[in-house]
Design a protein around this ligand. Sequence first.
Ligand code: ATP
Ligand code: MG
Length: 576
Amino acid sequence: MRLSTGYWQTLKETPNDAEVVSQQLMMRAGLIYKTGAGLYTLQPMAFRSYKKIEKIVREEMDRINSFEVLMPVITPGELWQESGRWDAMGGQMLKFKDRAERDLCVSPTNEETVTDLFRRTVNSYKQLPVCLYHINTKFRDEIRPRFGLMRAREFIMKDAYSFHYDKASLDSFYDEMFTAYSNSFRRMGLDFIAVEADGGNMAAGGAKTHEFQVVADNGEDYVVTVPRTKFAANIEKAITVRKNIASSPASELTKFATPNQKTCEEVCAAHGFQITQSLKSLVMHTVIKGKDQFFMVMLLGDDSLNEVKFKNKVDAEHIRPAQQAELDRLGLVKGFMGPTTTAEGFKVIFDEAIDMNASYVVGANEADHHLKGFVPSRDTKPKNFRADLRLAKEGDFIGDDQIVIKKGIEVGHIFQLGDKYTKAMKVTVLNEQGKGITPLMGCYGIGMTRVLASAIEQNNDKDGIIWPASIAPYDAYLCFIGKTPETKALVEGIWEDFKKEGLEVLFDDRQLGPGMMFKDADLIGLPLRVVIGERDYLATGEIEVKVRKTGETLKVKKDELLPTVKAKLKELGKWL
Ligand code: ATP
Ligand code: MG
């Protein structure tokens, strides 16, 4: 693109509503335009990068014999009713009716559509395995759309779905997909880790699932890692233990006054206990097999609940903290709740970090009072049970290793679905004996537009973006500083040469001052900046090439320019 006749606008100020650096830079550098809440237009520069991301993903998908289709964005409600997700999807699925009053939705994902496609087109084991993928628009009415493309409502996803005769085939294809994902993100120049993820209730059957997380301070996910063993798991899934925690031996159960001391911290500080000598009681409302149930979850005073583990443990469809009216109904006193109450209507679960034979401070279930000397094994009903429910935190161990927690942005997720959808939607294929069997499925997503934001979140400095060379909108920013027709003609010639070589160059021929051009060049952050300054060129015959990432500056003669630019781009990973 030639800027004098091009379409590109940058902003001088960072927009107020841009919270994270990638969003700020994408808005300032004119990459995205906010059309509505969680709805973005990709401007030409961003769309160029996006297409490069698509190309890499396509190549890696095609390489593992995945076939590209394009399923509709709008899907019939009946498919979702068949799978049981029409209601389960909740508010994030945008539903509506057509003029004939038929239910439709804007796809938040495509398991139902692809399963229906598969059952109508494939009927023999001989055609398996088969993997179909598409790259299309998804809509999820996220409760809190934020961070620009990172958590949008409308976004583009690559989603692939594979169908298998047996678990062995699913396992081996899953490994191929894992490699294809690793290759894709490596080629995009991202610093990522593949982490074990939560498989929901399906994981019990041995279903594998991994997330690909781009390491970034503004990530919304927490990843538990052990550097020595290279272990990495989403915090939702990681099993860690606490060591060396203070506890007290069993003693007599005694009530004591704790006026207005509602938290474990307040009670422990006022009465000289260590925080781990107290237990907090959280009351959770759940829906299990369509029925409301309450649980009181007991955790060490300074631990917090891992809601995903809890949801899986009790096999719930939904969970949330109980509301005041519900606590009143259960006869529980907020701030002073405890497990010794005679109130009925809920089960008590103890986290496994709790020593069932030690004594703790707990709420007395009476305003302004707590109990000390509470021994879980002695002072509660036998039907209560234990589970690993606490959220891992810094200082925890896995074996002998202390964990390190990192923040990440989930850019991809691969998942063994097993027969969840094929069973619900009654899919069968004929086996060798002509008997119908239910095929197994895997699903594999990449947040294509989220990748774009993550690449910037990870690669920037105070002046702007530093694009990984393989996905930069252009390879180089060509600046012309001068006035005479001769040098203008020379630069035009250089631009033509670049194009002939297949290089993509943004040509700044706006005749602005160098300061303004360099500022824009840094902001858009193309891998190389090539400057032809008339005065220098006429004096020395030299052209400047600057590497955005390292700041390295080279002076080259005109006939060395092309080979230098190509060599630098190669070094930077353009042809990965
Ligand atoms: P998250 O936990 O971030 O909401 P998810 O688990 O709902 O993600 P999947 O259903 O696995 O995501 O979707 C596949 C991929 O789509 C994700 O790995 C992510 O990269 C991307 N994605 C999901 N939700 C959004 C969104 N609101 N905006 C942009 N990309 C998204
Ligand atoms: Mg989500």
